[in-house]
Design a protein around this ligand. Sequence first.
Ligand SMILES: [Zn+2]
Length: 174
Amino acid sequence: MKKIVILIIILLINISFSQITNEQLHDIANKLNYIYGSNITVQIYPTPLGAMATGQGLVFIDPYFIQNESYEAIFGVLAHEWAHETLGHIPQVFLQQWMLGNNIYETNLFNQQKELEADYYAGRALKMYNLPLQPFLNVLIKYNSSSDYTHPYLRSHPSTQERIEAATKGYNSI
Ligand SMILES: [Zn+2]
């Protein structure tokens, strides 16, 4: 009996702290697969950057994001990862290297170009489903800004301003 009560409490905490349900997460995945013409699976798994494309038809999203961000914000974040996955941005060795604990983020401008491309497509995807852009931009402001003052060659992602411009350009392209 005691165990059941504890279990119910845990379930309630989970529900009240999660912004989106599992069903909504899979709804996002289905919508993205439809517009990207892909067959990608999303899995809740801890990643240092909030979300991560693996190059293997699998995208990870951090449990923290699921608990703290809205449907629209997560939609934008996943649309960004879907773009990496479908545009062949992720080298085949990526997942293996990550599993081995190696640093997988080559910090060069070419990779930053890929990030801007993924942001552009995230903006487009949001517009295709008539979702607002601002929640995704807020995520960029919240999580990307900490590296804005790092030298461009030393950061994995472009500056927040560049990312906002790329996502907005994508959003306005339709
Ligand atoms: Zn990215």
